[in-house]
Design a protein around this ligand. Structure first.
Ligand code: 8ID
Ligand code: ZN
Length: 350
């Protein structure tokens, strides 16, 4: 009962119109599965892909999306560990070579020949999407597919970033862009990992969400504060600043500021990907404070399974709103204006 045609959101041209239309359903190759996507989160990366503002070209025409949760409806002939009826997630890393230096060491996001969902292969803004069986996230059947969708990119990415930061239980982490999709989950993962959080973002809605729902102990409004560096440092009891900073904002400014307020011996983790942006840090302070600055990029299959397990245990469940797949354009409009607190999740049946 797999249909021949399905609804999808398609772009023909970078920055061009997004068309909600019917396109053919693809067949899985021997190492792939076909997933009936029930829900897909909308990540800011999808907006970058549409706008083409990164130094990496997308396929065209393109179906975006990489936080897709659904049910397996067909499997390729060489697939034996994923079955029809299983619940799975299609994430950013759709596939990798599995044999290069990085794949061998479970650093598969660094594979030089990655398949990227909603970027170099069609993604999850359609009712039926293809994923490499080796890489689809395994989702326990009792978990709700709408709530788990944002975990498949945002959750995995911030969980990995927090691990990469080396911050230990009881220490402080500043989350920059805390009110957005990645940030809202970062506050919850951090708390679940025993860390204390300072949220940095703007507006009363995000401030309330971060402190009342997501466990942040302080909120610094970057648009209202006259001295973000001082305010962030003052939020830690000894005034010396957070042990780690997780940068998930889509703006260059905080990438040039974090090294100033991170604590001596602290770590700045870069995750957000503002177009054309550069990192900057004062050499003098970076040296005498012994600061580490590093990038963090999604997560491997084990990080993904662990991030899902935190959700399964009820430790994370950030706010999200569900709208129809047909409404993607309106979600992008809000995202561009920074008006989304948490995540939007698309229901592919509408
Ligand atoms: O693996 C990775 N590294 C990875 C994975 C997934 C996503 C990277 N990303 C990237 C996306 O491509 C995007 O560039 O992370 C970034 C954040 O994605 P998102 O969370 O999906 O975006 P959002 O929901 O729009 O949230 C961004 C938040 O940043 C705030 C905004 O108010 C918004 O809440 N923000 C901005 I814009 N400027 C800020 C500033 N100066 C700021 N917050 C604090 N200070
Ligand atoms: Zn993403």
């Amino acid at each position: 009962q797999i249909p021949e045609k399905q609804w999808a959101q398609v772009i023909e041209k970078t920055g061009g119109e997004i068309q909600y239309k019917q396109i053919p359903v693809q067949k899985p190759a021997s190492d792939e599965v076909l997933v009936n996507i029930k829900y897909s989160g909308v990540c800011h990366t999808d907006l970058h892909a549409w706008m083409g503002d990164w130094p990496l070209a997308t396929k065209l025409p393109l179906v975006g999306g990489h936080e897709g949760a659904g049910v397996v409806v067909a499997v390729g002939e060489h697939v034996d560990d994923v079955k029809i009826g299983d619940h799975v997630g299609i994430k950013w890393l759709n596939g990798s070579c599995l044999s290069c230096d990085f794949c061998q060491q479970s650093d598969e996001p660094l594979c030089p020949k990655p398949l990227l969902s909603g970027y170099t292969v069609d993604g999850t803004f359609q009712q039926y999407a293809i994923g490499k069986a080796a890489h689809v996230a395994r989702i326990p059947k009792e978990l709700p597919l709408d709530a788990i969708a944002p975990i498949l990119c945002a959750g995995i990415t911030v969980y990995k970033g927090l691990k990469e930061s080396g911050a230990k239980p009881g220490q402080w982490v500043a989350v920059v862009g805390a009110g957005g999709g990645l940030g809202s989950l970062a506050l919850q993962y951090a708390k679940a990992m025993g860390l204390r959080t300072i949220a940095i973002d703007t507006g009363d809605e995000k401030a309330k969400m971060c402190t009342e729902k997501l466990g942040a102990e302080a909120f610094v409004d970057f648009a209202k504060s006259s001295n973000v560096v001082k305010d962030v440092q003052a939020a830690t009891p000894d005034g010396l600043g957070p042990h780690a900073v997780l940068l998930v904002a889509v703006n260059e400014k905080p990438f040039q500021q974090a090294a100033e307020y991170v604590r001596p011996r602290g770590t700045v983790i870069c995750i957000g990907l503002p177009a054309g942006a550069y990192l900057k840090a004062p050499v003098f302070e970076s040296v005498i404070k012994m600061i580490t600055i590093r990038g963090s990029y999604v997560g491997n299959r084990k990080d993904s399974a662990e991030a899902i397990d935190f959700f399964a245990r009820g430790l994370v469940n950030a706010p999200y709103k569900v709208v129809g797949l047909s409404e993607l354009k309106a979600v992008y409009d809000k995202m561009k204006k920074g008006e989304i607190a948490g995540r939007y999740v698309l229901d592919t049946s509408k």
